[in-house]
Design a protein around this ligand. Structure first.
Ligand SMILES: Cc1ncc(COP(=O)(O)O)c(C=O)c1O
Length: 369
């Protein structure tokens, strides 16, 4: 039996009528840019994320970009971030003319190692970006302590709904950047993103920057861009928002079931299962195992129609575009090892018991040979 890594049609089936009505509402209004739909979404999202302000933007990438612009990151500045993350976390730094400073990860939670972070903050550091990878919060108490006075922008792209010691991610640092890419815990029908903050001045600046730096009609005190979320995306997200908590619970239940199944198969010491660190509210945007002979296993599962993925096969310090920064293989051994071992399994909320069993059965077969 084939098992997809992600099947969004199942979620859509359940919400089809409601979503179509929401889209119709926007079409009937013909208000596509900002307006009431976006304002209502921002208010609802801010409340769900326990942040005073929430600013809808064009993507998770632009959420990070505009957050860094709001704190004035530019040429000569350093921004400190983990090397084991999606490209966007570092790409936005370079696009602003600043220098990404990479840090190795903790082998247990795959997030930035706070002790190494502390050592990597130089006098030129102007921001720190912890990434809540795979849906689990980074060690935010130690990250905040290590960052000191340097502003922290949380990359929450994979972690809507995750928490650290009862606080929602995105409400701990100066700002949080969220992605609504369709595969995320809360996904829209295209690209979308959000920046959260409790700081009214940053909120004002973010709103200005997403409208070409416009403070009033045709007044541009700073250069911004067009980073506005679409009203159509906001309308879709408003339908989905009340369900996201239940979807995250389903992801957690699937993760627990995987643990039982791997245990029953006697595999819990063969594959490294993800660790749900206490107090971190893991949301399992990805269920990532560490697999011996990973690439062989990946091919074996792919042959059987089981959807798996490698996030990420090459840490960012080894990407060709960052060659000029002078990093080398061996600089960040924990991230480099993770990139050779990690494998994401299907964990989306609507996965069935039979599908979960099928995934583990196929992995059991592979290691029996
Ligand atoms: C950790 C991380 N940061 C940033 C992004 C960028 O988000 P988007 O694809 O919405 O631009 C992603 C998306 O996959 C991500 O996983």
């Amino acid at each position: 039996m084939a098992v997809p890594l992600l099947d969004l049609t199942r979620q859509y089936e359940a919400l089809r009528e409601e979503i179509r009505q929401a889209i119709d509402r926007v079409c009937d209004s013909q208000r596509f840019i900002l307006g009431a739909e976006v304002e209502d979404f921002e208010r609802e999202a801010g409340a769900a994320l326990e942040s005073l302000h929430a600013v809808g933007v064009t993507s998770g990438t632009d959420a990070l970009l505009v957050a860094l612009m709001a704190i004035g990151i530019g040429r000569g500045d350093e921004v400190v971030l983990p090397t084991f993350t999606f490209f966007a976390t570092a790409g936005v730094v370079s696009r602003l003319g600043a220098t990404p400073v990479f840090v190795d990860i903790d082998p247990v939670d795959y997030c930035i190692d706070p002790a190494l972070l502390r050592e990597s903050i130089s006098e030129r550091a102007r921001a720190v970006i912890p990434v809540h990878l795979f849906g689990q919060a980074a060690a935010m108490d130690r990250v905040m302590e290590a960052a000191g006075d340097v502003p922290v922008v949380e990359d929450c792209a994979q972690a809507w709904g995750a928490s650290f010691n009862e606080r929602q991610v995105g409400s701990i640092g100066a700002m949080g950047a969220f992605s609504f890419f369709p595969s995320k815990n809360l996904g829209c029908f295209g690209d979308g993103g959000l920046v959260t903050t409790d700081n009214a001045e940053l909120d004002r600046s973010l709103r200005e920057l997403r409208m070409h730096g416009q403070s009033g009609p045709y007044q541009h005190p700073v250069v911004g861009g067009n980073f506005r979320i679409d009203a159509l995306q906001a309308a879709v997200l408003r339908v989905k928002l009340p369900h996201v908590g239940a979807w995250i619970e389903r992801r957690r239940a699937n993760a627990e079931r995987y643990r039982e199944l791997f245990h029953n198969a006697g595999l819990e010491h063969t594959v490294g299962l993800p660790v749900a660190v206490a107090g971190r509210g893991h949301t399992y945007n990805q269920f990532v195992i560490r697999a011996p002979r990973r690439d062989e296993l990946r091919a074996y599962l792919a042959d059987r129609g089981i959807g798996v993925a490698v996030y990420y096969p090459l840490p960012l310090h080894l990407q060709p575009c960052f060659e000029g920064l002078g990093y080398h293989e061996g600089d960040f051994p924990i991230a480099e090892q993770a990139s050779r071992e990690v494998l994401a399994l299907p964990v989306f909320p609507e996965l069935t018991e039979r599908e979960l069993e099928e995934v583990v059965r196929a992995i059991e077969e592979f290691y029996a040979n």
